[in-house]
Design a protein around this ligand. Sequence first.
Ligand code: ARG
Ligand code: ASP
Length: 722
Amino acid sequence: MKSFKHLLVAFFLFVFTIARADEGMWLPLFLQQLNEKQMKGMGMKISAKDIYNINSGSLKDAIVSFGGFCTGEVISSKGLVLTNHHCGFDAIQNHSTLERNYIRDGFWARNLSEEIPNQGLFVTFIVRIEDVTKQALNGVTKTMSESERQSAIDKNIAGLRKDNKRETYQDNFVRPFFEGNQYFLFVTETYRDIRLVGAPPSAIGNFGKDTDNWMWPRHTGDFSMFRIYAGKDNKPAPYSTDNVPYIPKRSLSISLDGVSEGDFTMVFGFPGRTTQYLPSPAVDQIMTVNDPAKIAIRDKALAVIDGFMRKDEQIKIQYAAKYASISNAWKKWQGEVLGLNSTNAVGKKKAYEADFQKRVNTNPQWKTEYGNLLGDMESHYSALKPYGYARDYYTEIVSKIELFTIAAQLNALITAYEKDGENGFKQRLPVTKNALEGLYTEYSPVVDQQLFEALMEMYVKDQDKKYVSPMLIEWLNGDMNGFKKLAAKVYDATPLDDSKATMKMLEKPAAELVAELKNQQVIRLYQDLLKTYQAEVQSKLGEINGNINKLQRTYMQAQMEVMKEKKFYPDANSTLRVTYGKVKGYNPRDAVKFDFYTYLDGVMDKYKPGDYEFDVPEKLRSLFISKDYGQYGSKGKMPVCFIAMNHTTGGNSGSPALDAYGNLIGLNFDRVWEGTMSDINYDPSICRNIMVDIRYVLFIVDKYAGAGHLVKEMKLVHPKKK
Ligand code: ARG
Ligand code: ASP
């Protein structure tokens, strides 16, 4: 009997570790303590120290935060950096003209002198990470209010950052982890001379566009290449023609052997934001209130923009990036709701919470401290509900109507003038001008008017009257009855939808301009929308969220105390993390099974001549026909993408996928649709990250683009053949 019980316990522990093996975005400095054993058990052949070591070189020295929004990795001893096409897209777009269309045709520098500098682009290395929890929380007490607590912490952090030893060319920052229960300091080195080296045409780098985005099976070669330049001393230096390619402490070796199902993989990078420790009512709210509201608004916005893009070539170019970005989150949220539902995330959270509550109740001290925690969270989240919905409505709608973005920019001028007079105005003016110039190049008043008409109707009709601007209601009750009329009158009356008129207006003397702006109907409407939002929603949100933050912090601490057998990892916060998991296909739904690999054959299956999303360049088609894959093919085929169980999120784009030895095998760029809820509740059954096979990257560079000189810089290895 006893041994049977033991067996049972062992069995559950086994199931538990298996089920959880792939979840988590781990801090590199705790890998040895928390993960190394499991990673080795899953097939890893190197040690935690090979991944993160501050005393001698380790893999982390090859990983960079790319511009603060993506990840990149160093792949040659001359500072060559690999990241995604969609991460380098801004740079590629900035250097493109109608004659030199790098978006359409791709770009390849034939030598160092052809590499193109990018103003504002930077990469950041992490030199070391330190646990500074004690110092950051010094003097913080339980009875402090949230704002007292925050100012004490801010003061501590300022001191910490100042006192922490570092070189003159290094910087540091401190971030909260585990909802503010722990704090870590990061010493960083940032290089600001980053040059574009190469990018495939969009028909490869963004093959399948929005239709294939967030989808598996996938056939996108989502990569681009940059080079880090440094001063002659190899240290960070501002852009200069005298700068030289950076010699890295470490660059990644590249495996040409590919992966098999079940292989160990890890992804090393900078995941942006996740919320894994929400209680069930919060998850329920995301699924039933917030995501659906945001999806509905974007449904409308996308339909309007798409209608114009289809019939107008000029608008298609102007709105392409905007459309892709609105559609990216829109599609993700749909997958998120689907996945939360299909994996019964709320039910599972509830079961976990019941277990937590039961354990808390058995311990008198826990019971006093944490006994009401779940109930309190439930009532605060329920209080949040109407305000969260109103926030989503306001922010989604107001940000999609660009006349309001214009009004907001001009309103900032008014505010600056009223607060700081001529001086304030003078300081603000160039910022406003700059923002408006950028905006107008991708703006069509016709599209915007229709967006206004469609979205203002939602704003008025789909929410409680008390959150709606009284001015707008008054207009609608007057001669602008009906949204078509309203939109027509607003856009007819305003000069602000015309770039020339507005830019000319900005040349006027401050006092005159401000008086004129204050009389603009659109600006008055914007001010009223904002005022209503601030008074009716924002202040209340701030208050409730303050309470929720405190409860979430306590809940985090309580879980770590009460659920002793569970290993906790902190939510993503744009800091360096390691995630690991096996290469594996999945079953998205009944009777459907997805394989873990795609091939160039699949690109050709999707090929639609002349199509905006699925055209295939001539050269790639002929390489396919001649099967000219060189050393990059496998058994007569050209691998393109693969999936694994790594727990990734936005910001992990461009992250290296590494094999058991730490060699580069792929480039992370997306997740599968059914599993995008991994940001809230990772589920090993359907959560998969999508990577481009590194051999496809090299094949495109070498065989397609003829940039074999870049491959020569790299170190190619055959780990499976040794
Ligand atoms: N879904 C990926 C991510 O969230 C890729 C987005 C870029 N591709 C696109 N077709 N919009 O960033
Ligand atoms: N595509 C995302 C990115 O750009 C990655 C993801 O969300 O999985 O970071």
